[in-house]
Design a protein around this ligand. Sequence first.
Ligand code: UD1
Ligand code: CA
Length: 457
Amino acid sequence: MNLTTVILAAGKGTRMRSQLPKILHFIGHKSLLRHVYDSSVNLNNNAIHVVIGHGAEQVKKTLANLSVNWIEQTQQLGTGHAVQQVSNQIDDNSMVLILYGDVPLLQAETLKALLGKTNEKTLSLLTVNLKNPTGYGRIVRNDSGKVLRIVEEKDASSTEKIIAEVNTGILAVQGASLKKWLSQLNNNNAQGEYYLTDIIALAVEDGFDIATTAPQNEDEVLGVNDKLQLAHLERVYQLQQAQNLMREGVSLRDPKRFDLRGEIIELGQDVEIDVNVIFEGENRIGNNVKIGANCSIKNATIGDDVIILANCVIENAVIGANSRIGPFARLRPETVLATETHIGNFVEIKKSTIGQGSKVNHLSYIGDSLIGKKVNIGAGTITCNYDGVNKFQTIIEDGAFIGSDTQLVAPVTIGKNATIGAGSTITKDAPDNQLTLSRSKQMSMEGWQRPVKKEKL
Ligand code: UD1
Ligand code: CA
Protein backbone atom coordinates (compact mmCIF):
# COMPACT_ATOMS: atom_id res chain seq x y z
CA MET A 1 0.00 0.00 0.00
CA ASN A 2 1.41 3.41 -0.84
CA LEU A 3 1.60 6.24 1.64
CA THR A 4 0.11 9.72 1.50
CA THR A 5 1.19 12.21 4.14
CA VAL A 6 -0.98 15.17 5.10
CA ILE A 7 0.65 17.91 7.15
CA LEU A 8 -1.79 20.29 8.84
CA ALA A 9 -0.34 23.77 8.94
CA ALA A 10 -3.09 26.31 8.31
CA GLY A 11 -3.39 27.59 11.87
CA LYS A 12 -2.55 31.17 12.71
CA GLY A 13 -0.17 30.81 15.62
CA THR A 14 -1.55 33.91 17.37
CA ARG A 15 0.44 33.23 20.52
CA MET A 16 3.75 33.50 18.68
CA ARG A 17 2.98 37.25 18.41
CA SER A 18 4.87 37.44 15.16
CA GLN A 19 4.38 38.58 11.56
CA LEU A 20 6.05 35.35 10.47
CA PRO A 21 3.70 32.37 10.00
CA LYS A 22 4.26 29.95 12.89
CA ILE A 23 5.58 27.05 10.82
CA LEU A 24 8.34 29.26 9.38
CA HIS A 25 9.93 29.84 12.76
CA PHE A 26 13.23 28.03 13.22
CA ILE A 27 14.57 25.26 15.37
CA GLY A 28 18.25 24.88 14.65
CA HIS A 29 18.72 25.83 11.02
CA LYS A 30 15.36 24.55 9.82
CA SER A 31 11.82 25.86 9.96
CA LEU A 32 9.24 23.90 11.93
CA LEU A 33 7.60 22.70 8.73
CA ARG A 34 10.96 21.66 7.31
CA HIS A 35 11.57 19.47 10.38
CA VAL A 36 8.19 17.78 9.90
CA TYR A 37 8.86 17.32 6.20
CA ASP A 38 12.29 15.80 6.88
CA SER A 39 10.88 13.30 9.37
CA SER A 40 8.36 12.03 6.83
CA VAL A 41 10.13 12.38 3.50
CA ASN A 42 12.00 9.08 3.83
CA LEU A 43 8.89 7.03 4.56
CA ASN A 44 8.35 5.98 0.96
CA ASN A 45 5.76 8.62 0.41
CA ASN A 46 3.64 8.66 -2.62
CA ALA A 47 2.79 12.31 -1.95
CA ILE A 48 3.06 14.89 0.80
CA HIS A 49 0.20 17.38 1.02
CA VAL A 50 0.56 20.44 3.21
CA VAL A 51 -2.62 22.27 4.25
CA ILE A 52 -1.80 25.95 4.61
CA GLY A 53 -3.90 29.03 5.37
CA HIS A 54 -2.41 31.87 7.35
CA GLY A 55 0.53 33.31 5.46
CA ALA A 56 0.06 30.74 2.68
CA GLU A 57 1.87 32.81 0.02
CA GLN A 58 4.85 33.41 2.27
CA VAL A 59 5.02 29.75 3.28
CA LYS A 60 4.95 28.57 -0.34
CA LYS A 61 7.58 31.10 -1.37
CA THR A 62 9.92 30.37 1.53
CA LEU A 63 9.69 26.59 1.17
CA ALA A 64 9.38 26.46 -2.62
CA ASN A 65 12.11 23.79 -2.79
CA LEU A 66 10.09 21.19 -0.86
CA SER A 67 8.50 18.58 -3.08
CA VAL A 68 5.03 18.85 -1.61
CA ASN A 69 1.55 19.62 -2.83
CA TRP A 70 0.32 22.87 -1.23
CA ILE A 71 -3.38 22.93 -0.44
CA GLU A 72 -5.07 26.07 0.80
CA GLN A 73 -7.69 26.03 3.51
CA THR A 74 -9.02 29.57 3.32
CA GLN A 75 -11.06 29.35 6.52
CA GLN A 76 -9.81 27.33 9.47
CA LEU A 77 -12.92 25.40 10.46
CA GLY A 78 -11.12 22.63 12.33
CA THR A 79 -8.67 19.77 11.85
CA GLY A 80 -11.35 17.61 10.19
CA HIS A 81 -12.16 20.40 7.76
CA ALA A 82 -8.44 20.78 7.05
CA VAL A 83 -8.10 17.11 6.03
CA GLN A 84 -11.32 17.37 3.98
CA GLN A 85 -9.48 19.82 1.72
CA VAL A 86 -7.17 16.98 0.69
CA SER A 87 -9.89 14.30 0.31
CA ASN A 88 -10.05 14.33 -3.48
CA GLN A 89 -6.26 13.84 -3.66
CA ILE A 90 -6.26 10.72 -1.51
CA ASP A 91 -6.08 7.33 -3.17
CA ASP A 92 -8.63 4.82 -1.80
CA ASN A 93 -5.90 2.21 -1.51
CA SER A 94 -3.30 4.40 0.10
CA MET A 95 -2.37 4.66 3.75
CA VAL A 96 -2.76 8.20 5.06
CA LEU A 97 -0.46 9.67 7.71
CA ILE A 98 -1.63 12.88 9.42
CA LEU A 99 1.07 15.16 10.87
CA TYR A 100 1.04 18.67 12.34
CA GLY A 101 3.29 21.37 10.91
CA ASP A 102 3.97 22.74 14.38
CA VAL A 103 5.13 19.45 15.96
CA PRO A 104 8.73 19.46 14.75
CA LEU A 105 10.70 16.80 16.60
CA LEU A 106 8.91 13.59 15.69
CA GLN A 107 11.38 10.82 14.97
CA ALA A 108 11.10 8.73 11.83
CA GLU A 109 11.28 5.55 14.01
CA THR A 110 8.16 6.59 15.87
CA LEU A 111 6.31 7.16 12.61
CA LYS A 112 7.47 3.78 11.32
CA ALA A 113 6.14 2.10 14.48
CA LEU A 114 2.81 3.89 14.04
CA LEU A 115 2.54 2.89 10.39
CA GLY A 116 3.51 -0.67 11.28
CA LYS A 117 0.30 -1.01 13.25
CA THR A 118 -1.95 0.40 10.55
CA ASN A 119 -3.86 -1.79 8.10
CA GLU A 120 -7.20 -2.12 6.22
CA LYS A 121 -9.06 -2.62 9.48
CA THR A 122 -6.86 -0.79 11.98
CA LEU A 123 -6.52 2.93 12.55
CA SER A 124 -3.48 3.86 14.61
CA LEU A 125 -3.08 6.78 16.93
CA LEU A 126 0.01 8.26 18.51
CA THR A 127 -0.90 8.89 22.13
CA VAL A 128 0.99 9.84 25.25
CA ASN A 129 0.28 9.90 28.99
CA LEU A 130 0.74 13.34 30.48
CA LYS A 131 0.90 14.44 34.12
CA ASN A 132 -1.03 17.49 33.06
CA PRO A 133 -3.32 16.59 30.14
CA THR A 134 -5.12 19.96 30.14
CA GLY A 135 -5.91 21.30 26.68
CA TYR A 136 -5.53 18.01 24.84
CA GLY A 137 -8.10 15.62 23.44
CA ARG A 138 -8.47 12.61 25.77
CA ILE A 139 -8.43 8.97 24.66
CA VAL A 140 -11.63 7.30 25.91
CA ARG A 141 -11.33 3.51 26.34
CA ASN A 142 -13.88 0.92 27.48
CA ASP A 143 -13.42 -1.40 30.47
CA SER A 144 -11.40 -3.86 28.45
CA GLY A 145 -9.08 -1.10 27.27
CA LYS A 146 -10.39 -0.72 23.72
CA VAL A 147 -10.30 2.82 22.35
CA LEU A 148 -13.83 4.09 21.71
CA ARG A 149 -13.42 7.75 20.82
CA ILE A 150 -11.53 10.96 21.49
CA VAL A 151 -13.14 13.75 23.46
CA GLU A 152 -11.79 17.29 23.20
CA GLU A 153 -10.99 19.19 26.40
CA LYS A 154 -13.80 21.66 25.84
CA ASP A 155 -16.37 18.90 25.33
CA ALA A 156 -15.10 16.60 28.09
CA SER A 157 -17.01 15.75 31.25
CA SER A 158 -15.23 16.08 34.59
CA THR A 159 -14.55 12.32 34.69
CA GLU A 160 -13.18 12.39 31.13
CA LYS A 161 -10.91 15.28 32.06
CA ILE A 162 -9.13 13.00 34.55
CA ILE A 163 -7.92 10.75 31.69
CA ALA A 164 -4.16 11.18 31.36
CA GLU A 165 -3.80 9.57 27.94
CA VAL A 166 -4.00 12.28 25.28
CA ASN A 167 -4.21 12.55 21.54
CA THR A 168 -1.04 13.89 19.94
CA GLY A 169 -2.97 14.51 16.72
CA ILE A 170 -0.71 12.18 14.76
CA LEU A 171 -2.56 9.22 13.23
CA ALA A 172 -2.54 6.80 10.32
CA VAL A 173 -5.46 5.20 8.53
CA GLN A 174 -6.52 3.65 5.25
CA GLY A 175 -7.58 6.19 2.56
CA ALA A 176 -11.06 5.04 1.49
CA SER A 177 -12.37 4.81 5.05
CA LEU A 178 -10.86 8.14 6.02
CA LYS A 179 -12.62 9.81 3.11
CA LYS A 180 -15.91 8.21 4.08
CA TRP A 181 -15.69 9.34 7.72
CA LEU A 182 -14.56 12.84 6.73
CA SER A 183 -17.76 13.25 4.74
CA GLN A 184 -19.77 12.35 7.86
CA LEU A 185 -18.23 14.95 10.21
CA ASN A 186 -20.34 17.72 11.72
CA ASN A 187 -19.55 20.70 13.91
CA ASN A 188 -22.02 20.13 16.71
CA ASN A 189 -19.52 20.60 19.53
CA ALA A 190 -18.29 23.16 22.03
CA GLN A 191 -16.01 24.86 19.50
CA GLY A 192 -18.29 24.65 16.44
CA GLU A 193 -15.42 23.01 14.55
CA TYR A 194 -15.10 19.96 12.32
CA TYR A 195 -12.96 17.73 14.52
CA LEU A 196 -10.71 15.18 12.85
CA THR A 197 -10.81 13.34 16.18
CA ASP A 198 -14.49 12.44 15.57
CA ILE A 199 -13.38 9.88 12.98
CA ILE A 200 -12.29 7.59 15.84
CA ALA A 201 -15.87 6.93 16.99
CA LEU A 202 -16.93 6.48 13.33
CA ALA A 203 -14.12 3.95 12.80
CA VAL A 204 -15.19 2.00 15.88
CA GLU A 205 -18.77 1.98 14.54
CA ASP A 206 -17.45 0.48 11.29
CA GLY A 207 -15.76 -2.32 13.22
CA PHE A 208 -12.23 -0.90 13.04
CA ASP A 209 -9.62 -1.57 15.70
CA ILE A 210 -7.87 1.45 17.13
CA ALA A 211 -4.21 0.76 17.84
CA THR A 212 -2.13 3.15 19.88
CA THR A 213 1.60 3.80 19.79
CA ALA A 214 3.64 5.91 22.20
CA PRO A 215 6.58 8.05 21.12
CA GLN A 216 10.02 7.20 22.52
CA ASN A 217 9.88 10.40 24.54
CA GLU A 218 7.40 13.17 25.22
CA ASP A 219 9.36 15.94 23.54
CA GLU A 220 8.78 14.27 20.17
CA VAL A 221 5.09 15.13 20.23
CA LEU A 222 5.29 18.60 21.76
CA GLY A 223 3.85 21.35 19.61
CA VAL A 224 4.97 24.95 19.29
CA ASN A 225 2.37 27.53 20.21
CA ASP A 226 4.51 30.32 21.66
CA LYS A 227 8.11 31.46 21.94
CA LEU A 228 8.60 29.63 25.25
CA GLN A 229 7.74 26.29 23.66
CA LEU A 230 9.91 27.20 20.66
CA ALA A 231 12.88 27.85 22.96
CA HIS A 232 12.22 24.63 24.90
CA LEU A 233 12.24 22.53 21.73
CA GLU A 234 15.33 24.35 20.47
CA ARG A 235 17.20 23.12 23.56
CA VAL A 236 15.76 19.61 23.17
CA TYR A 237 16.91 19.55 19.55
CA GLN A 238 20.36 20.93 20.36
CA LEU A 239 20.84 18.37 23.12
CA GLN A 240 19.92 15.58 20.68
CA GLN A 241 22.53 16.85 18.23
CA ALA A 242 25.13 17.21 20.97
CA GLN A 243 24.44 13.64 22.08
CA ASN A 244 24.75 12.39 18.50
CA LEU A 245 28.15 14.07 18.22
CA MET A 246 29.31 12.62 21.54
CA ARG A 247 28.26 9.18 20.30
CA GLU A 248 30.51 9.80 17.31
CA GLY A 249 33.36 10.53 19.71
CA VAL A 250 33.37 14.29 20.13
CA SER A 251 34.19 15.58 23.63
CA LEU A 252 31.81 18.36 24.55
CA ARG A 253 32.64 20.11 27.81
CA ASP A 254 28.95 20.87 28.27
CA PRO A 255 26.43 19.36 25.84
CA LYS A 256 23.88 21.87 27.11
CA ARG A 257 26.02 24.74 25.90
CA PHE A 258 26.52 23.68 22.31
CA ASP A 259 24.62 24.68 19.19
CA LEU A 260 24.69 23.18 15.73
CA ARG A 261 22.61 25.21 13.30
CA GLY A 262 23.69 23.25 10.29
CA GLU A 263 25.80 20.20 9.74
CA ILE A 264 29.15 18.66 10.43
CA ILE A 265 29.74 16.76 7.23
CA GLU A 266 33.11 15.30 8.09
CA LEU A 267 34.30 14.61 11.59
CA GLY A 268 37.64 13.29 12.79
CA GLN A 269 38.51 11.59 16.07
CA ASP A 270 39.38 13.19 19.40
CA VAL A 271 37.74 16.51 18.71
CA GLU A 272 37.32 18.64 21.84
CA ILE A 273 34.83 21.48 22.02
CA ASP A 274 34.58 23.88 24.95
CA VAL A 275 31.39 25.67 26.01
CA ASN A 276 29.23 28.04 23.96
CA VAL A 277 30.46 27.08 20.53
CA ILE A 278 28.02 27.64 17.66
CA PHE A 279 28.36 25.92 14.31
CA GLU A 280 26.38 27.04 11.28
CA GLY A 281 26.22 25.84 7.68
CA GLU A 282 28.37 22.95 6.48
CA ASN A 283 31.53 22.16 8.38
CA ARG A 284 34.38 19.70 8.17
CA ILE A 285 36.52 18.96 11.22
CA GLY A 286 39.69 16.88 11.22
CA ASN A 287 41.33 14.74 13.92
CA ASN A 288 42.50 16.17 17.27
CA VAL A 289 40.92 19.55 16.70
CA LYS A 290 40.46 21.64 19.85
CA ILE A 291 37.98 24.49 19.87
CA GLY A 292 37.92 26.96 22.76
CA ALA A 293 34.94 28.63 24.38
CA ASN A 294 32.61 31.09 22.65
CA CYS A 295 33.54 30.48 19.04
CA SER A 296 31.16 31.05 16.16
CA ILE A 297 32.05 28.85 13.18
CA LYS A 298 30.26 28.77 9.85
CA ASN A 299 31.07 26.78 6.70
CA ALA A 300 34.58 25.99 7.86
CA THR A 301 37.04 23.30 6.91
CA ILE A 302 39.34 22.65 9.84
CA GLY A 303 42.38 20.43 9.34
CA ASP A 304 43.91 17.88 11.71
CA ASP A 305 45.48 19.09 14.98
CA VAL A 306 44.17 22.62 14.64
CA ILE A 307 43.74 24.62 17.82
CA ILE A 308 41.15 27.37 17.85
CA LEU A 309 41.40 29.38 21.04
CA ALA A 310 38.46 31.16 22.70
CA ASN A 311 36.28 33.84 21.12
CA CYS A 312 36.98 33.38 17.42
CA VAL A 313 34.54 34.14 14.60
CA ILE A 314 35.14 32.04 11.50
CA GLU A 315 33.13 32.04 8.29
CA ASN A 316 33.71 30.35 4.92
CA ALA A 317 37.33 29.63 5.74
CA VAL A 318 39.79 26.78 5.31
CA ILE A 319 42.28 26.18 8.11
CA GLY A 320 45.22 23.93 7.34
CA ALA A 321 46.45 21.21 9.67
CA ASN A 322 48.48 22.15 12.77
CA SER A 323 47.41 25.78 12.65
CA ARG A 324 46.61 27.85 15.71
CA ILE A 325 43.88 30.48 15.62
CA GLY A 326 42.94 33.09 18.22
CA PRO A 327 42.05 33.96 20.84
CA PHE A 328 39.83 36.72 19.42
CA ALA A 329 40.61 36.12 15.75
CA ARG A 330 38.19 36.71 12.90
CA LEU A 331 38.48 34.71 9.68
CA ARG A 332 36.15 36.16 7.07
CA PRO A 333 34.99 34.52 3.83
CA GLU A 334 37.56 33.20 1.36
CA THR A 335 40.31 32.90 3.91
CA VAL A 336 42.54 29.96 3.10
CA LEU A 337 45.24 29.10 5.59
CA ALA A 338 47.86 26.50 4.72
CA THR A 339 49.28 24.16 7.36
CA GLU A 340 51.09 25.40 10.48
CA THR A 341 49.85 28.97 10.30
CA HIS A 342 49.35 31.12 13.39
CA ILE A 343 46.61 33.72 13.45
CA GLY A 344 46.54 35.53 16.75
CA ASN A 345 44.73 38.06 18.90
CA PHE A 346 42.55 40.70 17.25
CA VAL A 347 43.56 39.72 13.74
CA GLU A 348 41.08 39.97 10.87
CA ILE A 349 41.69 38.07 7.66
CA LYS A 350 39.52 38.44 4.57
CA LYS A 351 39.75 36.85 1.11
CA SER A 352 43.39 35.95 1.58
CA THR A 353 45.61 32.95 1.17
CA ILE A 354 48.32 32.45 3.75
CA GLY A 355 51.16 29.99 3.14
CA GLN A 356 52.60 27.26 5.28
CA GLY A 357 54.17 28.29 8.57
CA SER A 358 53.28 31.98 8.24
CA LYS A 359 52.31 34.01 11.31
CA VAL A 360 50.01 36.95 11.83
CA ASN A 361 50.04 37.08 15.57
CA HIS A 362 48.64 40.39 16.74
CA LEU A 363 46.24 43.23 15.86
CA SER A 364 46.40 43.10 12.06
CA TYR A 365 44.10 43.37 9.07
CA ILE A 366 44.94 41.22 6.07
CA GLY A 367 42.54 41.59 3.13
CA ASP A 368 42.75 40.55 -0.55
CA SER A 369 46.24 39.20 0.01
CA LEU A 370 48.39 36.40 -1.21
CA ILE A 371 50.97 35.53 1.40
CA GLY A 372 53.69 32.95 0.89
CA LYS A 373 55.40 30.51 3.23
CA LYS A 374 57.17 31.39 6.49
CA VAL A 375 56.12 35.00 6.35
CA ASN A 376 56.05 36.93 9.62
CA ILE A 377 53.59 39.78 9.87
CA GLY A 378 54.34 42.09 12.79
CA ALA A 379 51.77 43.50 15.18
CA GLY A 380 49.47 46.17 13.84
CA THR A 381 50.10 45.54 10.15
CA ILE A 382 47.37 46.68 7.80
CA THR A 383 46.88 45.87 4.16
CA CYS A 384 45.26 49.00 2.72
CA ASN A 385 43.22 47.16 0.11
CA TYR A 386 40.49 49.66 -0.60
CA ASP A 387 40.56 53.16 -2.07
CA GLY A 388 36.88 53.75 -1.40
CA VAL A 389 35.86 52.32 -4.79
CA ASN A 390 38.16 49.46 -5.79
CA LYS A 391 39.84 46.60 -3.96
CA PHE A 392 43.51 45.83 -4.68
CA GLN A 393 45.74 42.88 -3.95
CA THR A 394 48.79 42.67 -1.70
CA ILE A 395 51.35 39.98 -2.46
CA ILE A 396 53.92 38.98 0.14
CA GLU A 397 56.40 36.39 -1.01
CA ASP A 398 58.01 33.54 0.93
CA GLY A 399 60.13 34.37 3.93
CA ALA A 400 59.26 38.08 4.08
CA PHE A 401 59.30 39.85 7.45
CA ILE A 402 56.92 42.75 7.91
CA GLY A 403 57.83 45.01 10.83
CA SER A 404 55.16 46.10 13.26
CA ASP A 405 52.74 48.92 12.48
CA THR A 406 53.26 48.73 8.72
CA GLN A 407 50.73 49.85 6.16
CA LEU A 408 50.94 48.03 2.85
CA VAL A 409 49.12 50.18 0.30
CA ALA A 410 47.83 47.83 -2.39
CA PRO A 411 48.43 46.97 -5.12
CA VAL A 412 51.88 46.16 -3.83
CA THR A 413 54.29 43.23 -3.78
CA ILE A 414 56.81 42.46 -1.07
CA GLY A 415 59.60 40.28 -2.47
CA LYS A 416 61.08 37.03 -1.22
CA ASN A 417 62.85 37.31 2.11
CA ALA A 418 62.33 41.07 2.07
CA THR A 419 62.28 42.90 5.40
CA ILE A 420 60.06 45.91 6.00
CA GLY A 421 61.09 48.25 8.80
CA ALA A 422 58.56 48.84 11.55
CA GLY A 423 56.24 51.80 11.13
CA SER A 424 56.57 51.96 7.33
CA THR A 425 53.95 52.98 4.83
CA ILE A 426 54.79 50.92 1.76
CA THR A 427 53.36 52.24 -1.51
CA LYS A 428 55.85 50.73 -3.97
CA ASP A 429 57.01 47.14 -4.48
CA ALA A 430 59.76 46.05 -2.10
CA PRO A 431 62.59 44.00 -3.69
CA ASP A 432 63.69 40.50 -2.59
CA ASN A 433 66.18 40.15 0.23
CA GLN A 434 66.48 43.89 1.04
CA LEU A 435 65.40 46.03 3.95
CA THR A 436 62.79 48.52 2.84
CA LEU A 437 61.46 51.18 5.12
CA SER A 438 59.73 54.53 4.93
CA ARG A 439 60.10 56.35 8.13
CA SER A 440 60.89 59.96 9.01
CA LYS A 441 64.24 60.35 10.70
CA GLN A 442 64.20 60.37 14.47
CA MET A 443 65.52 63.53 16.11
CA SER A 444 65.99 64.87 19.62
CA MET A 445 65.96 68.56 20.69
CA GLU A 446 68.50 69.43 23.24
CA GLY A 447 67.41 71.90 25.89
CA TRP A 448 63.73 71.55 25.03
CA GLN A 449 61.41 72.17 27.96
CA ARG A 450 58.04 70.70 28.52
CA PRO A 451 55.43 73.40 29.32
CA VAL A 452 54.55 73.53 33.00
CA LYS A 453 51.20 74.36 34.59
CA LYS A 454 51.04 77.57 36.59
CA GLU A 455 50.10 76.89 40.18
CA LYS A 456 46.73 78.39 41.24
CA LEU A 457 46.99 81.14 43.83
C1 UD1 B 1 -5.83 19.01 18.32
C2 UD1 B 1 -6.70 17.78 18.55
C3 UD1 B 1 -6.51 17.30 19.98
C4 UD1 B 1 -5.05 17.03 20.29
C5 UD1 B 1 -4.21 18.26 19.95
C6 UD1 B 1 -2.76 17.93 20.04
C7 UD1 B 1 -8.64 18.02 17.12
C8 UD1 B 1 -10.08 18.39 17.07
N1 UD1 B 1 -8.05 18.12 18.30
O1 UD1 B 1 -6.33 20.02 19.15
O2 UD1 B 1 -7.27 16.12 20.20
O3 UD1 B 1 -4.88 16.68 21.64
O4 UD1 B 1 -4.48 18.70 18.61
O5 UD1 B 1 -2.01 19.10 19.91
O6 UD1 B 1 -8.09 17.60 16.15
N2 UD1 B 1 -5.17 23.16 11.70
C9 UD1 B 1 -5.45 23.43 10.38
N3 UD1 B 1 -6.68 23.87 10.04
C10 UD1 B 1 -7.66 24.05 10.93
C11 UD1 B 1 -7.39 23.76 12.30
C12 UD1 B 1 -6.13 23.31 12.65
O7 UD1 B 1 -4.59 23.29 9.51
O8 UD1 B 1 -8.76 24.44 10.55
C13 UD1 B 1 -3.84 22.68 12.06
C14 UD1 B 1 -3.07 23.65 12.94
O9 UD1 B 1 -2.31 24.54 12.18
C15 UD1 B 1 -2.22 22.71 13.79
C16 UD1 B 1 -3.03 21.43 13.86
O10 UD1 B 1 -3.97 21.50 12.81
O11 UD1 B 1 -1.00 22.41 13.14
C17 UD1 B 1 -3.76 21.29 15.19
O12 UD1 B 1 -4.60 22.37 15.37
P1 UD1 B 1 -4.86 22.98 16.80
O13 UD1 B 1 -5.80 24.09 16.68
O14 UD1 B 1 -3.57 23.23 17.47
O15 UD1 B 1 -5.60 21.74 17.50
P2 UD1 B 1 -6.00 21.60 18.99
O16 UD1 B 1 -7.26 22.31 19.23
O17 UD1 B 1 -4.84 21.94 19.85
CA1 CA C 1 -2.41 22.78 19.38
